[in-house]
Design a protein around this ligand. Structure first.
Ligand code: G6P
Length: 487
């Protein structure tokens, strides 16, 4: 309701790199996949609710075939409610803009995971060029001179200012889905000025936490001649005002009651994994990314088994690891480390028919993942650094039985909202092992108390609120601008 009230007839355009539906070629024909992406998890339900157009990179192996060289399709398949417009990139563009500048440069720059960023000027040139191409697509798609444009993430830092120049009356809301580092860390970027100027084309610039907002404001203060109102959290630069604000992202709370009972799911999943009915099960769901702390998580499991041999043969950990950015060497090396460690732990503590770590490195659809969440005794989210982390919130939303324990890294945005989780420092392996043991022996009453609090919070602060708050703030700024223009 909040969304519709705020939008009342406004045109909405979303722009992101990742598309919400990927068409892949398979032996059975064309399959539609939903990607493993926190951004897509959050923005897709918002788009379903408010319709409009989503502009994204058409990346699936069958995308181009599916649309038969037309750029637009109505989605979701079977229940179309908005338009997906694909921008096709060449191999060189994808290499330089996505793999290179975005994922070898900005991604490690913004996440403190101690992976050194790589900045190549050839990548930068492609990044500028692709931002230009997407900006042109937005401008072409706009039917009015004042649309609401929701720009997503670090792939499009230059786009807000590019669009602003062509559509000065547009309301540009940019959301940065990853952390923003401190000024010293950010300052090593050779094109820091350009990135900051690009983002300051936004009417509103959103981050997950007040801490990331402060980091951004201090970065601007250090490197640009801008006027900053610290109390109001606004930045004036080149006669343009940008509001910098925290909007903790969330998920859509499940509308209907789950069909199968929690008990049935527990049994089925254990059967599927070859485990006995009372076997203890842990779950981890991540992209295979070095920021997610998967190695540290496995080390904590290894330590648990050293300290509590009673858990050997009684506890297994299912790690769903979606392949991600796998043409980059850093990601290939990371995958190898994860596999080697899982193998080592399984050799050390496993036995015939028993694997302490069940590692599945393939894509899973949300429905499958939901079953695993429901069957687990504990969910481990141990990111070394993470903007929000929506796996934590999805796990909570799936637990309508009020059971299950969440272990959550203190370096996620989610940790600020969910103190009832067992909060850990993922680098501290002993602490991780202790939290895991505590979770596995936690009485049902305590699980229920904690889970109920977390469920109440995620239910209330759902993703429609996230979008609604940004749109409400944008409407206020638009009104203020109109009044100032009249004076
Ligand atoms: C993070 C980013 C998203 C991205 C997702 C998946 O959540 O903030 O922008 O879509 O990772 O990564 P990928 O590179 O596969 O889109």
């Amino acid at each position: 309701a909040l969304l519709h009230e705020e939008l009342s007839g406004d045109e909405v355009l979303v722009v992101s790199n990742r598309e919400p539906y990927i068409h892949t070629q398979s032996p059975n024909g064309i399959e539609v996949q939903r990607p493993a992406s926190g951004l897509v998890t959050a923005v897709e339900p918002v788009m379903r609710a408010c319709s409009g157009t989503w502009i994204a990179h058409g990346g699936g192996s069958a995308d181009k075939l599916t649309v038969d060289k037309h750029d637009c399709v109505s989605v979701p398949p079977g229940n179309p409610s908005y338009t997906l417009r694909r921008v096709w990139l060449t191999k060189e563009e994808e290499q330089g803009y996505y793999y290179g500048f975005a994922n070898e440069g900005l991604w490690p720059l913004c996440h403190i995971a101690h992976v050194r960023p790589v900045f190549r000027s050839t990548d930068w040139e492609q990044y500028v060029e692709v931002n230009r191409r997407f900006a042109d697509a937005v401008i072409k798609e706009a039917r009015t001179d004042n649309p609401v444009i929701l720009v997503q993430d670090y792939h499009f830092a230059l786009l807000p200012n590019m669009v602003r120049k062509a559509l000065p009356k547009a309301t540009i809301i940019t959301f940065w889905h990853i952390p923003w580092p401190n000024p010293e860390s950010f300052g090593i970027l050779p094109w820091r000025k350009e990135i900051l100027e690009g983002l300051l084309g936004s009417t509103i610039l959103g981050f997950h936490t007040p801490f990331h907002c402060q980091n951004f404001i201090h970065t601007v203060d250090r490197y640009l001649e801008a006027r900053i109102e610290h109390d109001a959290s606004t930045i004036s630069y080149c006669e343009k005002l940008t509001q910098v604000q925290a909007y903790p992202i969330s998920i859509a709370w499940p509308e209907s009651k789950q069909e199968e009972s929690g008990e049935d799911i527990c049994m089925e999943v254990r059967k599927e994994l070859g485990l006995s009915a009372n076997h203890l099960l842990g779950i981890g769901v991540d992209r295979l990314d070095y920021t997610k702390g998967i190695v540290e998580r496995f080390q904590a499991i290894e330590r648990l088994m050293e300290l509590h041999p009673s858990m050997i043969g009684r506890f297994s950990f299912l790690q769903i690891a979606a392949p991600s950015r796998s043409s980059l060497e850093e990601y290939q090396n990371f995958e190898a480390r994860v596999r080697t460690l899982a193998r080592k732990i399984n050799t050390r503590f496993g036995s015939a028919g028993y694997e302490p770590i069940i590692l599945r490195t393939k894509h899973h659809e949300p429905e499958q993942i939901n079953r695993y969440y429901r069957a687990a005794n504990v969910c481990l989210v141990t990111s070394l650094h993470d903007g929000m982390n929506l796996v934590a919130k999805e796990f909570i939303a799936s637990r309508d039985d009020d059971q299950g324990v969440l272990i959550l890294s203190q370096f996620t945005g989610a940790a600020r909202e969910l103190p009832e989780a067992l909060i850990v420092n993922p680098y501290h392996i002993e602490q991780g092992a202790a939290a895991l043991y505590r979770a596995l022996v936690m009485p049902e009453v305590e699980q229920r108390e904690r889970m109920r609090c977390m469920r109440a919070l995620v239910k209330e602060f759902n993703v429609y609120r996230w979008a609604g708050h940004m749109l409400m703030d944008a409407a206020r700024l638009r009104r203020r601008e109109r009044v100032t223009a009249r004076i």
